[in-house]
Design a binder for this molecule. Structure first.
Ligand code: HEC
Length: 173
């Protein structure tokens, strides 16, 4: 009956592989946002960098703009409009002085990423999101979708850069 044990083991290994593949293929996670019905895309934190940004004023944060493979390729090649399937992520952290900076430079000069604030996504689907320029918008605060009012404001402001397919950031080479 040894063979039966082997068969069972193989099935278990296969099931594990299938579960892993689903993750790699980018299955989304958690609760969906109001209006656009977007979930947090799996693995987004490992996406490639498009650019970085710093918000001054009350927001006072540091940001990274990341893209899935479709978005990064389009951003790098300057392809407009972005093709369907493109997802751009905006990750942000509080802007904090590095405690060791004074020791390193003799003055508090270096600033680094502190605690994460929230994460935003733009998901390209020209059919599904035709009413908002082909992009669906999503914001998550500590993993939970932001309110409907927050989601109502995204498109109006991003319309400022309609000529760049509603994306403010350019690829930083
Ligand atoms: C008041 C204007 C305004 C509103 C409202 C706004 N954004 Fe933006 N957004 C910007 C600006 C300006 C940038 C570029 C600077 C930066 O990255 O911080 C940006 C950048 C982004 C980026 C990176 C891609 C790009 O366009 O450069 C994403 C993703 C994003 N916003 C998503 C959202 C989502 C989702 C919402 C609504 C929940 C939203 N934004 C609401 C102004 C706005």
């Amino acid at each position: 009956m040894k063979w039966l044990v082997y068969v069972r083991m193989s099935v278990a290994v296969l099931a594990g592989l299938v579960a892993c593949t689903a993750q790699v293929l980018g299955q989304a996670d958690g609760e969906a946002t109001p209006i656009f019905g977007i979930r947090i895309p799996a693995g987004y934190r490992d996406w490639k960098l498009i650019s970085v940004a710093h918000e001054a004023g009350k927001l006072n944060d540091l940001r990274a703009i990341l893209g899935n493979d479709i978005a990064v390729k389009a951003a790098r090649e300057g392809t407009l409009p972005y093709p369907d399937g493109a997802i751009v992520a905006r990750v942000a952290w509080t802007y904090e002085p590095l405690p060791e900076s004074k020791e390193a430079f003799g003055q508090p000069q270096s600033h680094v990423a502190g605690a994460p604030t929230n994460v935003q996504f733009m998901v390209k689907d020209s059919t599904k999101y035709a009413a908002t320029g082909g992009w669906g918008y999503a914001q998550f605060d500590a993993g939970k979708p932001a309110s409907e009012a927050v989601h109502n404001a995204c498109f109006a402001c991003h319309a400022i850069v309609k000529g760049r397919d509603f994306v403010f950031n350019r690829y930083a080479p």
